[in-house]
Design a protein around this ligand. Structure first.
Ligand code: SR1
Ligand code: MG
Length: 422
């Protein structure tokens, strides 16, 4: 029988987990020589770094409520189960890009995993103006590999249906996304917050904007109804850890089957927000033109690597339910296969812009904001950056089919950065 759930603290980790062989190996054989530090800065969970004579490990434990809000918002512990299952699938589909899982305990809702060091959360770099060489390549390929290999393009019917059923139970975390991302920003929802009064006018016009409301619900329907592939589900720049030369993706507890464009759209939307936040950090950290341009280059390179890797997998690993090779290559119709690929990539690109723009809105108008913008202390300056991001977000959602490449979007971003919407 498993023990009843109990949240850990820095003083109980050794006593509760000291028997685990993997922690004895990674941290040290005697738990009385371990120390623990709670470092969770996300919205939901406890995260401990456990240190001992042999090294370090991460212990991540779900709390029975939303940490950001408190116990007035209960949240099932089972999210640790989905995070564990997503992590092991990502490790298979995109090896090297996620921390290694050492141990999972379902009854304690905890995952013991590799401590990534000297990595930092990418948002810190985006605030501080630090560049990372391999970031775009890793993220483009990570998206292509996890999304392609987690879909009907790669999986057979049995595996696919079983997995869809498993992740279909991640109900409460999907519910958070459905409401916080697609609905709350577009009305005066209770938990919303924005820079006020500076943004009040622009927020009112966005909420009265019929085209935007229709588009947001169009993308909500896509998120809810199009179970195309296994998503990370929360692929923002706070879910990425970096060093100068390494990039890893963490925190897939929102994993669910959804549309191809969702993860990559959320990711791009977060980079575009970081781009617009740069002007807010110039006073304290110096001119950011070069860095802002680097962020846009990263968005272009992410899409380039995504497209290249997705195309490669399409040509070499298309063994699943969809686009059966017997209909294409085996008939000598490689061109038809290439046409189908282009069609899919165009759809993913258009959807990514939709999801990306909506992500930008919810991070400025909803409950969960981003550090790069929130850390701009001067409220007028912050609001000016946020207003640009809101307008840009609307533009890429509404006119998504007019923009054929990330370079055109980068051009739009540079133009919007020069504008003042307040
Ligand atoms: C109540 S949870 C708020 C947000 O934090 C997570 O990281 C997800 O992005 C979620 O939408
Ligand atoms: Mg997270």
């Amino acid at each position: 029988m498993s023990n009843p759930y109990e949240p850990l603290n820095v003083d109980t980790i050794g006593e509760k987990l000291g028997h685990l062989e993997i922690l004895k190996e990674k941290v040290g054989p005697d738990a009385t020589h371990w120390s623990a530090q709670e470092v969770g800065d996300g919205n939901l969970n406890l995260v401990f770094i456990v240190t001992g004579p042999n090294g370090q490990a991460i212990v991540k434990q779900a709390l029975p409520y939303v940490r950001l809000v408190g116990d007035s918002w209960p949240l099932p512990l089972k999210r640790a189960f989905f995070e564990y299952h997503a992590l092991i699938r990502q490790a298979k589909n995109a090896p090297e890009d996620v921390p290694e899982v050492y141990h999972f305990d379902e009854s304690q809702a905890l995952i013991v995993m590799q401590f990534m060091t000297p990595h930092v959360i990418l948002r810190n770099s985006l605030r501080d103006g630090i560049k990372h060489d391999n970031l775009a390549e890793v993220m483009g390929k990570f998206c292509a590999r996890t999304l392609f290999r987690g879909s009907d393009l790669s999986m057979d019917t049995k595996e696919r249906k079983k997995d869809l059923a498993l992740f279909a139970d991640n109900i409460e975390l999907c519910d958070i996304t459905e409401n916080l991302v697609f609905t709350d920003p577009y009305f005066d929802a209770e938990m919303n917050r924005h820079t006020s009064p500076q943004l009040d006018g622009i927020v009112a016009s966005l909420r009265a904007d019929i085209d935007m409301k229709v588009a947001a619900q169009h993308f909500k329907a896509k998120f809810c109804n199009n179970a195309e592939t296994l998503l990370h589900g929360d692929l923002h720049t706070g879910s990425i850890m970096v060093t100068e030369s390494d990039t890893v993706v963490i925190d897939p507890e929102f994993a669910t089957y959804g549309p191809f464009g969702f993860d990559i759209g959320m990711l791009l939307g977060n980079f575009y927000m970081a781009f617009f936040a740069q002007d807010g950090h110039e006073a304290s950290k110096g001119v950011r033109d070069d860095y802002a341009q680097w962020i846009l280059d990263v968005t272009c390179d992410i899409w380039h690597h995504f497209e290249e890797e997705f195309s490669h997998l399409w040509r070499t690993e298309r063994t699943g339910i969809l686009y059966d090779k017997r209909l294409y290559e085996d008939q000598g119709q490689n061109l038809a296969s290439e046409q189908a690929l282009t069609d899919r990539l165009n759809q993913i690109w258009s959807d990514a812009l939709g999801f990306g723009g909506i992500e930008m809105h919810r991070r400025i108008l909803g409950l969960a904001h981003i550090m790069e913008l929130d850390s701009i202390e001067d409220a007028d300056l912050r609001a000016a950056c946020e207003a640009r991001a809101l307008q840009f977000g609307r533009q890429i959602v509404i006119s998504r089919d007019a923009y054929k490449s990330p370079h055109q979007i980068a051009e739009l971003a540079r133009a919007v950065r020069k504008d003042n919407f307040l």
